[in-house]
Design a protein around this ligand. Structure first.
Ligand code: LLP
Length: 410
């Protein structure tokens, strides 16, 4: 987003015009930013055989998936429904990594039929898999590296007490199952968490993957998961992708040499690809001063963007309708019957009733975690591509609130 002649714009389109055209609340995504992020990653890992498997759960609109497909990326899917979304937009099953957690074996069997790469995250499932398929279907194994990292306890998933992956301490048990069924293990996977800043965390994960990999002879790829930290706050330090790329690639190449085979390196970024591309445009319904605060009550809330409430996440806010003049301190809150503070104590140029605010970093885990809480409608989504705005999801209507409810006539 740029500020040109006191107007906030994406690819030359003014955000207040977008809000006027589509109404608020509305999610707006900058397609060029998404393409740039992919390019940056490809550049950072240009020295190794990189495969990007975009984490679909971050933002799963079919047009975003199509845009990513055009960049040459594949996807990571965590449910059979996300796998189906991938197929729907034309991904080849071989470009889809299926990384489920605690699903039934039936769902895994469905994925086998479709032909996607299956990432197995527990030993009982590995046993089921061995009994059903032996070595006839290639698989990946998700290891839990026991690394505590990530921006928030709720999104740190690689520690010893996490439900994800198979403990690295249980590698011997894994090898036993692999041997007894002759499983065809072609990949190993770790994902330590989200909002990870340091290259060292990825390098630590790499060492653990490399050590484990030496126990398998038929590997084709190692998957480092996602988790690159993006900037949420002005002045935030963010992952230096070029530095991470250089350091991890160097270690990876050295490992491949000792392994005797050039493996592919896979990553599953979500936030890095889409977080900064997205803005949630909302309207100030009311400016309400109390003896201690000035609240801006907007036409959205935790039903549309749950991150501030769920993770105490910081999201920058811009007054799209007024970019200059005296600043005041405001607390931006939603219209939900809960304390749904979106942003506390923010300095903004004077906000008046009816002004449009843009909530930043709303591309990742924004719409995809939205709900109908308080029987509110989910917002529309707009993609800006090649200087044009495209409606990519209609705003819900009251019919959507009633859909699937069964009136039993009492
Ligand atoms: N791969 C796996 C196996 C994952 O579990 C995740 C995220 C990713 C990749 C992508 O991570 P990313 O690059 O987006 O950090 N809703 C939370 C984030 C949850 C992430 C869950 N797994 C949030 O809004 O912060």
């Amino acid at each position: 987003m740029e500020l040109i002649n006191q107007t906030y714009q994406i690819q030359g389109l003014a955000l207040d015009q977008i809000a006027q055209k589509y109404g608020t609340p509305v999610y707006v995504y900058d397609g060029a930013k998404i393409q740039d992020q992919v390019k940056m990653m490809q550049q950072a890992f240009s020295d190794v055989k990189l495969k990007i498997k975009y984490a679909t759960k971050a933002l799963s609109n079919i047009n975003i998936l199509k845009l990513l497909k055009q960049t040459g990326a594949g996807i990571d899917a965590v449910s059979i429904e996300e796998v189906m979304l991938g197929l729907h937009v034309g991904f080849d099953p071989k470009d889809i990594m299926y990384t489920p957690n605690c699903v039934s074996f039936n769902e895994i069997q469905e994925a086998v039929k479709i032909g996607v790469m299956i990432n197995i995250d527990n030993i009982p499932m590995l046993e089921h898999f061995g009994k059903a398929y032996g070595g006839s279907v290639p698989i990946c194994i998700r290891l839990n590296p026991h690394i505590m990292a990530g921006g928030n306890a709720k999104i740190s998933v690689g520690h010893i007490d996490s439900k994800f992956g198979i403990s690295i301490l249980q590698l011997k048990n894994v090898l036993k199952v692999v041997d007894s069924y002759g499983l065809d293990v072609v990949g190993l996977h770790v994902h330590t968490g989200s909002d990870i800043l340091e290259a060292e965390v990825f390098l630590k994960g790499a060492e653990i993957l490399f050590d484990a990999a030496r126990e398998f002879s038929g590997l084709k790829f190692l998957d480092f998961g996602g988790g690159f930290k993006v900037g949420y706050k002005e002045g935030d330090i963010t992952t230096d992708i070029m530095q991470v790329g250089a350091k991890v690639s160097e270690a990876f190449k050295a490992f491949c040499k000792s392994y005797g085979r050039e493996l592919e390196i896979w990553f599953e970024p979500g936030k890095f690809i889409v977080s900064e591309s997205g803005y949630l445009l909302v309207k100030a319904n009311v400016i309400k001063s109390t003896p201690v605060s000035t609240f801006i009550g907007v036409d959205s809330g935790l039903n549309h963007l749950i991150r501030p409430m769920m993770y105490d996440a910081y999201h920058g806010v811009i007054n799209v309708s007024n970019s200059t003049g005296e600043e005041h301190v405001y607390t931006i809150v939603g219209y939900i019957c809960e304390t749904d503070t979106i942003a506390a104590d923010r300095k903004l140029p004077t906000v008046s009733e009816g002004d449009i605010l843009a909530i930043k970093n709303a591309g990742a885990y924004g719409f995809s975690m939205s709900s109908n809480y308080n029987s509110r409608l989910r917002p529309a989504e707009v993609l800006i591509l090649n200087g044009k705005d495209h409606l990519i999801r209609e705003r819900e209507t009251f019919d959507d609130i009633l859909r699937h409810q069964v009136d039993i006539g009492i």
